[in-house]
Design a protein around this ligand. Structure first.
Ligand SMILES: [Zn+2]
Length: 343
């Protein structure tokens, strides 16, 4: 218990120090943790052993449900070079299915398969028949796309999209909507009822026109707000910080299409404890809810440079979204995405 108490104390002291200093950043009124029943749309876990710490952190961060997307070992850190391949996704598919079964209504499992797996459709059917929720694809992830050289609209995938479309199976599809737009557009045109989340603002944060194009033309397309590992996340957070009115306006205009998520890749590593998880979840809430905020992602970025977070470098401008928009992102959209409710 002692190290944890110490950690909480240190975090509290740091937070107090941040607020008390001269020129301390102003924060929007604190949103109570229990104000929303958030369903998080995008996290990775290595195994069922991560669930207790995850549940504790979720309770503290106001997150009542979570979509868990399966990962190959390359993502979970068991294989060093992510360009090598797509190792043993079935092991994680099984873990995630088991988590969903043991916590029905709390966790929603999304199976994944290698981009070139020609048996993907049969395997996915099996996963859904056994109680799984959806499909996670990495085909439009730059590393896997360049490794496998499989177009997003390859024939073996079109059958998978048809099955998902017909049976309303939601798909979390890491697809870069800037790099692979012609392919993505072809498959969305061919499957207009496919329900799909394109994570990380569809990888198109720097081109909001692409996001508008997606949402205007494809009513079943969603995008989550997660930004990945801190190295990638920080430049995006900085980008948002310098354009809060542009991005805020985009999100408010398409408030029925954005989903909440932190895209954590949680392993059994004890460093990824309850505090770490809750700070990741809270960091993303801060980005959406506050006008000025800090986040563990900011802290990780500066400590990787050997710099300590200070008030000058440790705070960014947040979006300060209104309650109605937040309710859509946190509660209504994920439920509609999952097919639990329609509005
Ligand atoms: Zn992810």
């Amino acid at each position: 218990m002692k190290p944890r108490i110490l950690a909480i104390l240190l975090i509290s002291l740091f937070a107090l120090g941040g607020r008390a200093g001269a020129g301390a950043p102003k924060e929007a009124p604190r949103v109570r943790a229990d104000k929303f029943r958030i369903i998080d749309a995008h996290e990775h876990v290595e195994s069922i052993k991560c669930v207790p710490k995850l549940l504790r952190a979720m309770a503290g961060a106001g997150v009542s449900g979570m979509m868990l997307v399966a990962s190959p070992e390359e993502l979970l850190g068991d294989v060093q070079d992510s360009k090598k391949g797509f190792t043993d996704p079935d092991a994680n598919n099984e873990e995630i299915l088991e988590i969903q079964k043991r916590h029905l209504g709390v966790f929603f499992g999304f199976a994944t398969f290698a981009p070139d797996d020609i048996d993907m459709l049969e395997k996915l059917k099996g996963f859904i028949e056994r109680g799984g929720t959806g499909l996670k694809l990495y085909n439009g992830h730059y590393d896997f796309y360049t490794r496998f050289k499989i177009p997003l609209d390859a024939p073996h995938l079109m059958g998978v999209y048809s099955y998902c479309e017909k049976n309303r199976i939601p798909v979390v599809f890491h697809a870069n909507a800037r790099l692979y737009w012609p392919e993505l557009k072809r498959l969305l045109d061919a499957h207009p009822n496919l329900v799909v989340n394109l994570p990380h603002f569809a990888m198109s944060l720097i081109t909001p026109a692409r996001i508008r194009e997606l949402f205007d033309n494809y009513p079943n397309v969603y995008a989550d707000v997660s930004l990945g590992y801190f190295e990638y996340a920080y430049p995006s957070l900085e980008f948002i910080s310098s354009r809060t009115s542009l991005i805020g306006e985009l999100i408010r205009r398409y408030k029925t299409r954005f989903l909440f998520g932190a895209d954590m890749v949680l392993t059994e590593n004890p460093r990824e404890d309850t505090i770490y998880i809750s700070r990741m979840l809270t960091g993303y809430r801060n980005l959406l809810e506050k006008r000025r905020y800090t986040s563990i992602l900011i802290e990780q970025f500066f400590s990787s440079l050997g710099e300590k977070k200070t008030e000058e470098i440790g705070y960014l401008n947040g979006l300060g979204l209104d309650e109605d928009t937040l309710r859509h992102i946190y509660e209504l959209n994920p439920r509609r995405f999952l097919g639990l409710a329609r509005d």
